[in-house]
Write a protein that binds this ligand. Structure first.
Ligand SMILES: Nc1ncnc2c1ncn2[C@@H]1O[C@H](COP(=O)(O)OP(=O)(O)OP(=O)(O)O)[C@@H](O)[C@H]1O
Ligand SMILES: [Mg+2]
Length: 496
């Protein structure tokens, strides 16, 4: 068999950001019709490399060639498209006020007699959506879609550009298992047709399912490129982190008094008649399909969504948590699924970390106690292993996974009684996941109670004392850890 041609090659790519060597002489290549995985811990340089390949960033040194032609000096984000490269970024950038069809065409609207042909656009979009298995009307406004649906649209858009190199940066982070299946069968069909993929994901089992080779980056350096058939998950983790990782802590925690009691909660959006309680040191899991009402429970308790019925008791006393400020003051925190809801992106990391408890840092006359601030924030940086040369840098400058850590750290710092975490390890590498689980368990031993919303059933099974399974806005089952299995959870989530 003839070897497949190389469609992309980078040699000795180096990129520095003030003080950080994000990439250090990195070689990477991609064959026609292959999916090549790019893995590494948070901050390893994955997004930086694909930002360079897609023309968003320019390397300080190194060369890039496409189909054997050196394009280093011509690669800009608008040219990348001409070279056949399409990217689905880690964070969705869709125009919320525009329709699905307009977003899919992304500024390349079909013209007829010099005018935009809306019927042409809608027909084209309808075809693209259905070839992708998406049952959505092209004239739906994007802001009315769920996060998962928006992600699917941004992926479909890349496919619609008829690119022959498609870069997917954490594509499945917000997707349901049905959507993931759809995406994978589409990728496989496209590979057959000769399209090549660069695939970034922290879900390593996905890489084994869909990719033929894997490249590992660590601290901006190329560690290894290898056929996927010659490596296992354990070896891959070790290459990424540089050491063995024990993902779940085995600590058993004594449960204390009941901390939170939720009775007959309903909201105006989704949830009906929700009742449960959480003890000191207890971890309660919240499973269910996207749209089953998991997030709404978190938001209702945190005072983000209004209650229609029901009551909330904290340490036996009924409380009214009308907004997040009241909830935080009462000792209840909620870590949202989306980073842009939880962080002020264009402000320093330091400020983001101290935001929820700024008041306690203010001394008479309104002056901030900078010594105390520095002490607290430096400790958080160490405890959560936040990768940055300087806490005064903006949160934007952090890699995706490190932004997630900042969000978690700032709430932990308020020493809450109850912490509600919505998809806490989305986009987080295995090493940092292990650190976060350890922190969760440590807080449990100090008496904190947790409600963990997660699509990763494995995570719930390993961490939680009990698991609530949601279906259509209702609690379908509450399963104690000793009885919980993957299958029981999946069935209950389907309403069986
Ligand atoms: N615009 C920027 N300004 C300063 N530093 C940056 C910038 N973009 C990236 N970096 C730094 O470069 C390094 C690599 O970041 P990158 O986003 O490529 O990591 P990643 O492998 O994609 O991580 P993740 O898995 O968390 O998404 C990190 O240390 C990051 O803080
Ligand atoms: Mg990234």
């Amino acid at each position: 068999m003839m070897p497949k041609p190389l469609v992309l090659q980078t040699s000795k790519i180096t990129k520095e950001f003030s003080g950080t060597k994000a990439l250090d002489k990195v070689d990477f290549d991609l064959y026609e019709g292959e999916a090549h995985a790019l893995v590494g811990a948070n901050g390893a340089g994955k997004s930086t490399l694909i930002n360079i390949i897609s023309g968003l960033l320019h390397p300080e040194s190194g060369r890039i060639s496409i189909n054997g032609i050196d394009v280093t000096d011509h690669l800009t984000s608008s040219n990348a498209r001409k070279f056949g490269i399409a990217t689905v970024p880690q964070y969705i950038k869709l125009a919320q006020e525009l329709t699905v069809a307009e977003n899919l065409a992304s500024g390349h609207l079909p013209l007829q007699y010099g005018l935009v042909s809306w019927s042409k656009l809608n027909n084209w979009a309808k075809e693209l959506l259905s070839s992708f298995g998406l049952d959505l009307s092209p004239d739906t406004l994007v802001k009315d879609l769920s996060v998962g649906q928006q992600k699917m649209i941004s992926i479909a858009r890349a496919f619609g550009e008829k690119a022959n190199i498609i870069i997917l940066d954490e594509p499945t982070a917000a997707l349901s298992s049905a959507e993931i299946e759809m995406l994978f069968s589409f990728i496989n069909a496209m590979k057959e047709k000769g399209t090549s993929f660069i695939y970034i994901s922290h879900y390593l089992d996905e890489i084994f399912e869909i990719c033929s080779r894997v490249t590992v980056l660590r601290d901006g350096k190329l560690i290894k490129t290898q056929p996927i058939s010659e490596i296992n998950i354990h070896q891959l983790t070790q290459l990424m982190i540089g050491k063995d990782v024990k993902l779940y802590p085995e600590t058993t925690v004594e449960k204390g008094e009941t901390l939170l009691e939720v009775n007959n909660l309903s909201d105006f959006q989704k949830i009906h008649d929700i009742s449960f309680s959480i003890k000191q040191g207890e971890i309660l899991g919240l499973a269910g399909l996207t749209g089953s009402g998991r997030t709404e429970i978190g938001k209702a308790i945190f005072g983000l969504n209004k209650l229609r019925t029901g009551s909330i008791k904290l340490e036996g006393k009924e409380v009214a948590l009308n907004n997040p400020a009241e909830a935080i003051a009462a000792g209840v925190c909620y870590l949202p699924e989306e980073r842009d809801e939880g962080l002020v992106l264009n402000r320093p990391i330091r400020e983001n970390l101290t935001l929820p408890f700024l008041k306690s840092l203010i001394r008479g006359l309104g002056a901030i106690n900078f010594k105390k601030e520095t002490e607290i924030t430096e400790n958080l940086k160490t405890d959560f292993n936040i990768k940055t040369p300087d806490l005064d840098n903006d949160v934007d400058s952090l890699s995706g996974g490190n932004q997630q850590k900042v969000m978690f750290a700032k709430f932990v710092a308020t020493k809450p009684k109850i912490l509600i975490l919505d998809e806490p390890t989305k986009g987080i590498d295995v090493g940092s996941k292990a650190e976060i689980y350890k922190i969760v368990k440590e807080l449990c031993t100090q008496g904190t109670g947790f409600l963990i919303i997660s699509s990763e059933i494995e995570e719930l099974l390993s961490l939680c004392d009990r698991i609530i399974v949601m279906h259509n806005g209702n609690i379908k089952r509450i399963i104690p850890q000793e009885e919980a299995t993957m299958q029981k959870i999946l069935l209950a989530a389907e309403g069986v």
